[in-house]
Design a protein around this ligand. Structure first.
Ligand code: TNX
Length: 527
């Protein structure tokens, strides 16, 4: 009848309008709850950003962002109680949920409330809602958002050993990750190919170990066939590191420093040969492995002491991956150690090594993170495991009630090509598409609910053997890092691949605005 068909028309029109309204909200990661309002607010020059003492730095950050990207001059005003009429209000409120915030956009104002990181994350949601075409009015659609992260560890790594990146390039990397609410920057500062952090007590680490040209001359050790030779020398002074830490703190990003041991140590050994594993003739038979003797332990403790003085993070990553442990079987130091400590095999030597370093870190109130090989021969008591060789190590560690960060091959490895290998720059391993990354679930079905609590989060990794410059780095890491952002932040129930693809396409304007060279998949095609 007439009445019910009218009802039907009205209902479908309403549904259509709601869907259309929500379609404007292409926020990555997807907020926990998002309701479209009616109308929109236009940001103008005269806009005042009202802040509390606590949110003032975030207000200044937003002011700078609007000025830099849109040439819009706003004013920041500090209040005890921000007047309700202030166009943008950044309110500090108490919450026991780290990173939680609410955001209300009405036709006349934007109000963001949260504590600590929360307000910053609200500002990121706001930034994503701004138009990106130059000259367009700065319209923000009315909405109500309530949001908080699913995981506390939302990570992205950067290998600066295989290719050195400047302070400015590192800052840009941190800046963009912060826009997507990623909060842990894993800085891989040492490896075979170069030592990148100033250590006052051992100046040769950077004088010699940071110069890849020395490495290139070390033809007697290993061939450089798959390394692209392009400006890979360099290191960060302590002042530069402090500067990067401050920059990251302003964006609520924690830096996890990694100092590799006992393998992947060629640059350090090249600078201080006493560190290297020796055979009974005293000749070096391998050059990447540390000798498990007192000189090495003292050296590494000195290095870690200086690292700890710099980085406020409670965690320190000590590597632990791919150690060539068989070398130890030929080393008199290792053999003597095995006898003295009743160690049955080389894996137990590694476990002894890591446990000793852990004890040292704990004495300095720091917690050890290591790659999943540290499970071999017995896991150190309070170690956090980064599961990279698939999920098995992470699952085993969580079952042992150890904290875990999931970063498994192949999903979290952004040194792999992103699509058809013939069309993509060369990388390790078969392609890892953004869809594969997006569908990854950090809390494995093999874990009980109680065990799954030990999964701190997930992290995307990049290794730079084949990455010659920052443009190429940005291309490899994005847009896959956007998938990491959503799978670590958004509730599982909000996972939606089609919507994510559509939202991803709506970031391309921002990448252009930021002059950031992300890969831009043609999501309407087959990409
Ligand atoms: C393994 S992932 C490594 C890196 C290499 C990478 C190449 C990990 C803990 N170790 O040193 O760069 O493979 O994909």
């Amino acid at each position: 009848n007439k009445q019910s068909s009218l009802k039907y028309i009205l209902l479908s029109a309403m549904l259509f309008l709601t869907a259309a309204a929500e379609a404007q909200f292409h926020i990555i990661p997807q907020p926990v709850s998002l309701k479209a309002g009616s109308g929109s607010m236009v940001l103008s020059k005269a806009a005042v950003i009202g802040v509390n003492k606590e949110t003032e730095p975030i207000g200044r950050y937003l002011q700078e962002y609007l000025n830099q990207n849109y040439g819009l001059a706003t004013t920041v005003k500090v209040y005890g109680q921000i007047p309700a009429k202030t166009p943008i209000r950044l309110n500090n409120v108490w919450s026991n949920q780290e990173g939680a915030y609410t955001m209300h956009v009405s036709p006349v104002s934007v109000s963001i409330s949260g504590n600590g990181a929360g307000v910053f994350y609200g500002v990121q949601s706001l930034i994503q809602l701004l138009p990106t075409d130059k000259g367009a009015p700065l319209k923000i659609a009315a909405c109500a958002i309530a949001d908080q992260p699913r995981f506390g560890w939302r990570g992205l790594s950067l290998d600066v050993s295989r290719h050195f990146f400047t302070v400015d390039e590192v800052k840009k990397y941190i800046d963009v990750m912060a826009h997507y609410k990623l909060n842990t920057f894993h800085w891989h500062l040492t490896d075979d190919e170069g030592w990148r952090i100033q250590i006052d007590k051992y100046p040769r680490l950077t004088e010699v170990g940071s110069k890849i040209s020395y490495y290139a001359k070390r033809g007697e050790f290993r061939k450089l066939d798959n390394l692209i030779d392009d400006g890979r020398d360099g290191f960060y002074t302590k002042d530069e590191i402090r500067d990067v830490i401050k920059y990251a703190q302003d964006r609520f990003v924690t830096i996890l420093p990694e100092i590799e041991m006992p393998g992947h140590s060629e640059a350090a050994i090249f600078a201080y040969p006493q560190l290297g594993c020796q055979d009974s003739t005293g000749a070096k038979h391998r050059v990447r492995m540390l000798d498990p003797g007192e000189y090495t332990f003292k050296f590494m403790e000195d290095v870690l002491t200086e690292v700890i003085e710099l980085f406020p993070n409670q965690y320190v990553h000590i590597g632990g991956d791919e150690a060539e442990m068989v070398d130890w079987l030929k080393s008199p130091t290792a053999v003597a150690l095995m006898k003295r400590e009743h160690l049955k095999n080389e894996k137990e030597v590694q476990s002894y090594f890591i446990k000793r370093i852990e004890k040292f870190l704990l004495s300095k109130n720091k917690r050890l993170v290591g790659w999943d090989e540290i499970l071999q021969g017995g896991l150190a008591e309070s170690a956090t495991v980064m599961s990279w060789q698939g999920e098995a190590g992470g699952i085993a560690a969580a079952k042992m009630r150890h904290h875990v960060v999931m970063t498994p091959l192949p999903y979290m490895y952004f040194d792999a090509p992103q699509a058809n290998e013939e069309l993509e720059p060369i990388g390790w391993n078969p392609p890892v598409t953004w869809q594969m990354v997006y569908n990854y679930e950090p809390q494995s079905k093999e874990l009980t609910a109680a065990e799954a609590e030990y999964i701190l989060g997930a992290q995307g990794n990049i290794w730079n053997e084949k990455i010659p410059n920052a443009q190429h780095l940005q291309y490899m890491v994005y847009p896959r890092a956007l998938a990491v952002a959503e799978l670590t932040w958004s509730p599982k129930s909000e996972k939606n691949l089609d919507r994510f693809g559509w939202k991803m396409k709506n970031q391309y304007g921002l990448f252009k605005l930021w002059n950031f060279n992300a890969r831009l998949p043609d999501i309407d095609g087959i990409d």
